[in-house]
Design a protein around this ligand. Structure first.
Ligand SMILES: Nc1nc2c(ncn2[C@@H]2O[C@H](COP(=O)(O)OP(=O)(O)OP(=O)(O)O)[C@@H](O)[C@H]2O)c(=O)[nH]1
Ligand SMILES: [Mg+2]
Length: 371
């Protein structure tokens, strides 16, 4: 399932430093010549496509990116230092538009691709440059130029890494609201969610992943009951499924463990009937609404034992947020590991061209020009 992650940022190159109009002043040299150096160039803003980044979430918070100004030139022939450049890292696949004109500027389609978003201003010239035979004491200098400035719209089509699966009312939408930027409707009746929602989960300053919240599944879904089946195919390209289970059954007539086991089995059966691929996909069990359970640890243990579940299992309260952070971190590290393994497989199959690698250099000694 794809959705478009977007951000609007402003980039501004640093201003160039001014040139200096200075004259040499030394003892015993009454009329020193001009010695004002040039101003430094302002810092530019570059973008580089980085395969380790997969969303634009960072750019929703940090909007203004400004290069450092160049230093002014000084006397004694001193040139001002250039302002530091800034390199922004964007996911591979990011398209960059001018936000004001709508013009497509760049399409970052491969790892390492680097483009200039805003140039820093040129430094001004010091009076050194204006000396001539007719003007030995020039007072001219020029000011540094302003850096380029642009508003940019970033767009990235992203695929969900993680899909949420569960019965209606299990708390899927509550979970995605708790951990991501998505704000779907939440209500205490079934089938609140009628279409998929995607949210970006930011697990740390540099890491994020995408979660898809789907309409609830019910028994018979694989044959068309309810809505969930319409969207199950969207899960086919996710890497991980979180099976969210409501464990808060307060009816004293019902054994909550037995009820949870039945609910879990129903969903697993639907998956199996719907598609063997989906059924085989890595799936973690997430017991939700544990804030309503008296002894959550004991409950979790008993349930796992009864189910004979050997996969990963987490206990959370999507409502209070209890337990959601450790789950998010586990997902992130699992995804990172998966991606690293895939990348390694790709790299091994087709190693990057390394121009400095002697294997790629023509060996001139072996070329016989006479033949
Ligand atoms: N006590 C408690 N209530 C929760 C928790 N998570 C969700 N709820 C409540 O459960 C109800 C259903 O939550 P939703 O997030 O809408 O459930 P859903 O799985 O998205 O439901 P559908 O969209 O209908 O499939 C709401 O009233 C939530 O407030 C939780 O951790 N604890
Ligand atoms: Mg929902």
């Amino acid at each position: 399932m794809k959705f478009v992650d977007e951000a609007t940022i402003e980039v501004q190159g640093g201003k160039g430093g001014n040139g200096s109009a200075s004259f040499r002043r030394e003892k015993f040299i009454p009329k020193g010549g001009p010695d004002g150096g040039d101003g430094g160039r302002g810092g530019s803003i570059f973008a580089v496509a980085d395969r380790n980044i997969n969303t634009l979430v960072d750019y929703r918070y940090a909007r203004l990116h400004k290069g450092k100004n160049g230093e002014h030139g000084r006397g004694s022939d001193q040139y001002g230092a250039a302002g530091a450049d800034i390199t922004l890292r964007f996911p591979v696949g990011t398209t960059i538009y001018d936000a004001d004109t709508g013009e497509l500027l760049f399409d970052l389609d491969h790892h390492g691709q680097t483009v200039t978003l805003a140039k820093g201003g040129q430094g001004g010239l010091g009076n050194l440059h204006f000396k001539s035979s007719t003007n030995r004491a020039p007072r001219q200098f020029t000011y540094g130029e302003e850096g380029e400035q642009r508003r940019l719209r970033l767009e990235l089509k992203v695929l969900a890494d993680v899909g949420l699966l569960g019965l209606p009312n299990a708390g899927k939408s509550t979970f995605i609201s708790q951990v991501s930027n998505a704000r779907p409707r939440i209500a205490d009746y079934p089938f609140t969610t009628l279409h998929p929602n995607l949210g970006v989960v930011r697990s740390s300053a540099a890491h994020s992943f995408v979660v898809a919240d789907l309409p609830g599944l019910i028994s018979g879904a694989s044959e068309g009951a309810g809505l969930g089946h319409l969207f199950l195919r969207h899960l086919s390209r996710t890497r991980l499924l979180l099976h969210i289970v409501d464990v808060s059954h307060l009816d004293p007539e019902i054994d909550p463990i037995e009820k949870a086991c039945a609910d879990i089995a129903a969903i697993i059966e639907e998956l199996r009937l719907y598609s063997p691929d989906l059924y085989q996909k890595p799936r973690w069990l997430v017991l939700n609404k544990l804030d309503m359970v008296e002894d959550p640890d004991a409950f979790k243990k008993a349930l796992v034992a009864r189910l004979g579940w050997t996969g990963p299992v987490f206990g959370i309260s999507a409502l209070t947020g209890q337990g959601t952070q450790p789950l998010v971190l586990q997902i992130q590290s699992w995804l990172d590991q998966q991606k690293a393994q895939e990348q390694q497989a790709i790299d091994e199959a087709a190693p990057d061209f390394e121009p400095d690698d002697p294997r790629f250099k023509p060996n001139r000694q072996n070329i016989d020009l006479d033949q």
